[in-house]
Design a protein around this ligand. Structure first.
Ligand code: ISL
Length: 563
C-alpha cells in the first residue's frame, strides 16, 4: 500500500443496526438508536463506522436481501435519519461506510420481479436463468441446472413456474444472484454507489464481492463423500472477470472523486496471492479484503463440526497473510463480525475468572498486527456467545435451514444437531448490545427481536465506562496507540515462536523503534521464550496492572517498545 494511506492508522467499528440500539421500542435496533450512541463511539475513538445493511428489505437474511437500494427500511428509519447519522459522524471526525450487497438482490426487488415475469423481459438477463438439466422433468429432484450447494443449505437453483426455468441463488431462495456479465447491471450498481457517495457516505464494505464473476459455462462441482450436492465454489469464487469488474467499478465510482474513501471487499475463499492483486494500490481495485482463513481453523469438515483451534495454525495463517501483503496490498484484521461467534468464547475463556483477561489479550494481539483493525459491536465490552436454549430461540436463516435439513432430510438427532450448532452459529453475534444492567440490557423498551444474553447484568457498557481497567478502556487505549505510534500503523511484522502452542509473539519495527507483542493463549503460567533483554523494555499496554518480565500469567498480554 502507499506509505501514506490514511486507513493504515484507522480503526473501523461495525454496527449491526438490528441489534445495536432501539430508539422506538419496536424491539429492532434503528438509525436513531445509532445516532444516540455517537458520543459513545467518539469516546471509544474509532475512525470509521461500517453500517450493516439498512436498505429496504424483506429481511429474509436480516437486510442482506435488498429490495430497494436507494431507500432506508422503515424498520430502521428514513433517509433523513441516515443524513443525520452521516452529519453526526462527520462532526465528530468519523466516517461512514455502507454495506454494499450486489452479488444478489431480494427476490422482491423490482428488477427481479421484471426479470421473472417472462423469458423476453428486458431484465431477463439481469439474473441467472437456466432451463432444467437435459433429460430431466423441470422442477423434479436432480433437474437443477448444476449440482451446486447453497451457502444456506439445499440447491443454489430455484425452479420458477412462471417461465418453467430456474434462477441461481448462492444464498437463500430470496437472494437471486445478479448477472454481472450484463453491462446494464454493472451500470445500475455504479450509479447507485455514486448516489450514496454524493449523499456523503465515505465508502463501502462489499458483501461477497469476489463471487460476482462466475464461470459462465456453469460446470457441476465435485461431490464430497456422503454429500448430496456438489461444491460449486471453484466456479464462482474469484471468477474470470473479477478483477476487470472491480477495476471498472473503481473507474466509474471512485477515480474522479477527491477525498478519503474506504473500500473493503468481503471475499470468502480468497487466497493471499489473489488478495495482493485485489489490494495493490497500483491496480485500483479495493483498499483491503476480508479473508476467512483464520475463521476456518476451528471448523471440522464444516462449521457445524466444530474443532479445537491450534495456536500454531492460527499463527501460521495470520503470519502468512502478514508476509504476503508486506510489500504490496494491505490486510484487514478481525476476530468478529455479524457472521462469527464471539471471540472470547471462541479463542479465549468466557468464564468470569478469565473473560476480561482473555478478551483484552485477544484484542491486543489482533490490533498490533499490521493492517486495519475492525471492532464488532459488543466486542469492546467482551460480549460472549449466547446460551440459546432451543431451536425456537434462533433467528438466522443459515442455522434454521441447516437444522431443518439435518433433522428432517438426514434424520439426525435434534439434540445432537443443537449441540453442534451452538459454538459457531451466527446468532451468537447478533444478540442485543448490552448497554446497562436495566431491562433488556438497555437495548429496547419493547420485546427484543432476539434474546438478550443473560450475562448483561455483569457485562455491560455502563459498568465498564465507570472503570479504567475494563475491556472497553483497553480497546480505547489500543485505538489511541494506533493513532499515536507509527510503529503500529506502519511497522514491518516478524512472527516469533511459530511452534509454541501457548504464546503468540511477534515484533514490529519502524525507523529504529521496535515493538514486541506477547499474548498467552492459555490459562496457565508460561515463559515467553524471546530475547531476555526485552524484559527491561518499556511497557506500552498490558492487561495485568504490574509487570513481571517475560513470565506470562494466565491470558496475560503485554506490549513492549525499545529504540
Ligand atoms: O458465515 C459464513 C461462514 O461462516 C459465510 O458463509 C457467509 O455467509 C459469507 O461470508 C457471506 O457473508 C455475507 O453475505 C451473506 C450474508 O448472509 C452475510 O451476513 C454476509 O456477511 C449473504 O449476503
Amino acid at each position: 500500500a502507499a506509505a501514506d494511506d490514511w486507513f493504515h492508522s484507522a480503526v473501523v467499528y461495525q454496527v449491526y443496526p438490528r441489534s445495536f440500539a432501539d430508539s422506538n421500542g419496536d424491539g429492532v435496533g434503528d438509525l436513531r438508536g445509532v445516532i444516540g450512541k455517537l458520543d459513545y463511539l467518539g469516546h471509544l475513538g474509532v475512525d470509521v463506522v461500517w453500517l450493516s445493511p439498512v436498505y429496504r428489505s424483506p429481511h429474509d437474511d436480516n437486510g442482506y436481501d435488498i429490495s430497494d437500494y436507494r431507500d432506508i427500511d422503515p424498520a430502521f428509519g428514513t433517509l433523513e435519519d441516515l443524513d443525520e447519522l452521516i452529519a453526526g459522524l462527520h462532526a465528530r471526525g468519523m466516517k461512514l461506510v455502507m454495506d454494499l450487497v450486489v452479488n444478489h438482490t431480494s427476490d422482491e426487488h423490482p428488477w427481479f420481479a421484471e426479470s421473472r415475469a417472462s423469458k423476453d423481459s428486458p431484465k431477463r438477463d439481469w439474473y441467472w436463468w437456466r432451463p432444467a438439466r437435459p433429460g430431466f422433468e423441470p422442477g423434479t429432484p436432480g433437474a437443477e441446472p448444476t449440482n451446486w450447494e447453497s451457502f444456506f443449505s439445499g440447491s443454489t437453483w430455484k425452479y420458477d413456474e412462471t417461465t418453467g426455468e430456474y434462477y441461481l441463488h448462492l444464498f437463500s431462495t430470496k437472494q437471486p444472484d445478479l448477472n454481472w456479465e450484463n453491462p446494464e447491471v454493472r451500470e445500475a450498481v455504479y450509479s447507485m454507489m455514486n448516489w450514496w457517495l454524493d449523499r456523503g457516505v465515505d465508502g463501502f464494505r462489499m458483501d461477497v464481492i469476489n463471487l460476482i464473476s462466475k464461470d459462465t459455462a456453469l460446470p457441476d462441482g465435485a461431490v464430497a463423500e456422503g454429500r448430496v450436492f456438489g461444491n460449486g465454489r471453484p466456479h464462482f469464487t474469484c471468477g474470470p472477470r473479477i478483477h476487470e469488474f472491480l477495476q471498472e467499478m473503481h473507474r466509474e465510482v471512485f477515480a474522479a472523486r477527491e477525498g478519503a474513501f474506504l473500500t473493503v471487499g468481503e471475499m470468502p475463499g480468497v487466497t493471499v496471492e489473489e488478495a495482493v492483486a485485489f489490494t495493490d494500490p497500483a491496480r485500483a481495485e479495493v483498499d483491503m479484503v476480508f479473508q476467512f482463513e483464520h475463521m476456518h481453523l476451528d471448523h471440522g469438515g464444516t462449521k457445524w463440526q466444530p474443532a479445537k483451534l491450534r495456536l500454531t495454525e492460527l499463527k501460521a495463517s495470520l503470519g502468512r497473510w502478514q508476509a504476503g501483503l508486506a510489500e504490496r496490498g494491505w490486510n484487514s484484521l478481525y476476530w468478529n463480525n455479524h457472521d462469527q461467534p464471539r471471540v472470547v468464547s471462541r479463542f479465549g475463556d468466557e468464564s468470569p475468572e478469565y473473560r476480561g483477561l482473555s478478551a483484552t489479550m485477544l484484542a491486543g494481539v489482533l490490533h498490533l498486527h499490521r493492517g486495519t483493525p475492525y471492532v464488532y459491536q459488543g466486542e469492546e465490552l467482551g460480549m460472549t456467545n449466547m446460551p440459546f436454549a432451543g431451536i425456537d430461540d434462533y433467528r438466522d436463516i443459515e442455522v434454521l435451514n441447516h437444522y431443518r435439513e439435518a433433522t428432517v432430510a438426514f434424520g439426525e438427532d435434534p439434540a445432537v444437531v443443537l449441540a453442534s450448532i451452538a459454538p459457531l452459529n451466527r446468532d451468537n453475534a447478533r444478540t442485543p448490545v448490552q448497554w446497562d444492567a436495566g431491562p433488556n440490557a438497555g437495548f429496547t423498551s419493547g420485546t427484543p427481536w432476539i434474546g438478550v444474553n443473560p450475562n448483561y447484568t455483569e457485562i455491560n457498557a455502563a459498568e465498564q465506562l465507570a472503570r479504567d481497567d475494563s475491556v472497553f478502556a483497553f480497546y480505547r487505549r489500543l485505538i489511541q496507540l494506533r493513532h499515536e505510534l507509527p510503529v503500529i500503523a506502519h511497522g514491518d511484522f516478524t512472527m516469533l515462536l511459530p511452534d509454541d502452542e501457548s504464546v503468540y509473539a511477534f515484533t514490529r519495527s519502524h525507523e529504529g523503534t521496535e515493538l514486541l507483542v506477547l499474548g498467552n493463549f492459555t490459562g496457565r503460567e508460561v515463559q515467553a521464550d524471546v530475547d531476555p533483554a526485552w524484559a527491561d523494555a518499556e511497557r506500552i499496554i498490558a492487561n495485568y496492572p504490574d509487570a513481571r518480565g517475560l513470565q506470562l500469567r494466565p491470558w496475560e498480554f503485554t506490549a513492549l517498545v525499545r529504540s
